[in-house]
Design a protein around this ligand. Structure first.
Ligand SMILES: [Mg+2]
Length: 395
């Protein structure tokens, strides 16, 4: 019989609490260690008052004036962008035009010309790509550029950012702000720091100090609601945020806790992804008549996988993880994945796992027929020459 005396119970409680605390500590440490590497050189470029600046550039009458790009003040339109002259009156983007008009009655309202903004955006991208192939556009006027492996200008991210700003000015007549740092989160904050016409760099040695003093509302990803929630919890800046363990943050903020836990420590391991760096390739088919036979489903998946592998090889890529997606008649959808240590390079590599993945997905809802099947391959990377040789041997 177990001993249920009070002292043992208390002891075991204390022991469990101790282990939990230790696990938490280890977990926190693990998160830090895992994500603290590698440091990158990231530039974030953000055009100043983009749409309004393009309008002022193209129409001298608008220069040095309060310009509001967006819907008419008498309608239900909103402000898409406004010049700094209008911002002085408290006008900002996403504000209803009628409200903007009240704040700044002498402002000139201009209809947006998106084709023009797109043309400038293309020019910007060409400039960015002349420095690094790793360019990730966030919008028409904003992009991350990873210059970790760039050797021009002595490989100095700061000098490259300076040069990018100069070229933007020269080629488009427009002004950009740039932020330079060792990850995306800090680069984006840096570009905002000295706006407009700013260039600001946050070095690895200064990242944590910089974040400690940063008001929580200025954190990228913290909206008004999260800001209010955090302030309720007594979190007003980065230093406050840093005092919370991952477990405590998870309890209060749910899934996003991990992100906040990391950025409070200057950790953001998200890579700069150019549109060409695909994460995965996939294909799926919806059937006009639901499938009920597992054999028929397997045939279909084999067919999809074979085509997918052929597309992947055409793109010069190989993958590591195969996923099978099954959508049942009631629209419940399950995805089951398997990572192949040796990688996925042939149709056979892909189809080998299909029966198992399909069976695992079907087990979720055995009574239902299937309306959609899909296959995807992730963990994509360029095929290395050695693999090609092996591949041709295999074929
Ligand atoms: Mg901008």
């Amino acid at each position: 019989m177990p001993n249920t005396s009070c002292s043992v119970d208390d002891n075991s409680k204390a022991l469990v609490a101790n282990i939990k605390a230790q696990n938490q500590k280890n977990f926190d440490m693990e998160c830090i260690e895992q994500q603290n590497n590698p440091l990158r050189k990231v530039i974030h470029i953000d055009m100043d008052a983009f749409y309004a600046s393009v309008e002022q550039r193209d129409n001298p009458m608008l220069r040095n004036r309060a310009v509001i790009v967006g819907g008419k003040p008498n309608g239900r339109g909103v402000v898409a962008a406004c010049s700094y002259e209008a911002r002085e009156y408290g006008v900002h983007s996403a504000m209803p035009s009628a409200q903007a008009f009240k704040k700044c009655p002498h402002a000139i309202f201009v209809k947006p010309r998106f084709s023009e903004y797109q043309a400038v955006s293309k020019q910007l991208n060409t400039i960015f790509k002349s420095f690094s192939p790793l360019v990730e556009p966030l919008s028409l006027d904003e992009a991350y550029i990873d210059v970790s492996n760039v050797s021009i200008l002595g490989g100095s991210a700061l000098r490259i950012a300076k040069e990018i700003r100069a070229q933007i000015k020269q080629q488009t007549g427009l002004v950009a702000s740039a932020g330079v740092s060792y990850n995306k989160f800090l680069a984006k904050i840096a570009s905002d720091h000295d706006k407009p016409d700013g260039l600001f760099c946050i070095l690895p040695a200064d990242g944590e100090t910089f974040i400690a003093g940063l008001p929580i509302g200025r954190f990228y990803g913290v909206g008004r609601a999260t800001e209010a929630r955090m302030q309720e919890l007594g979190i007003f800046n980065g230093a406050d945020l840093r005092r919370w363990t991952l477990a405590e943050l998870t309890q209060e903020l749910g899934k996003s806790a991990h992100y906040y836990f990391n950025i409070a420590r200057g950790i953001d391991n998200r890579p700069v992804r150019s549109s060409r760096t695909r994460k995965s390739l996939g294909t799926e088919r919806t059937f006009s008549e639901n499938l009920t036979s597992a054999m028929a489903m397997q045939d279909k998946l084999n067919e999809l996988a074979t085509q997918l592998v052929s597309d992947m090889l055409d793109k010069g890529l190989q993958g590591s993880t195969l996923s099978v997606k099954v959508r049942f008649a009631n629209f419940d959808t399950y995805t089951r994945s398997h990572s192949q240590p040796g990688g996925i390079m042939t149709a056979e590599d892909a189809t080998r796992q299909i029966p198992f993945l399909l069976a695992r997905a079907l087990a979720e809802n055995p009574a239902q027929s299937v309306r959609l099947l899909g296959v995807s391959i992730s963990g994509l990377k360029p095929i290395d020459p050695d693999a090609i040789t092996q591949l041709s041997l295999k074929l």
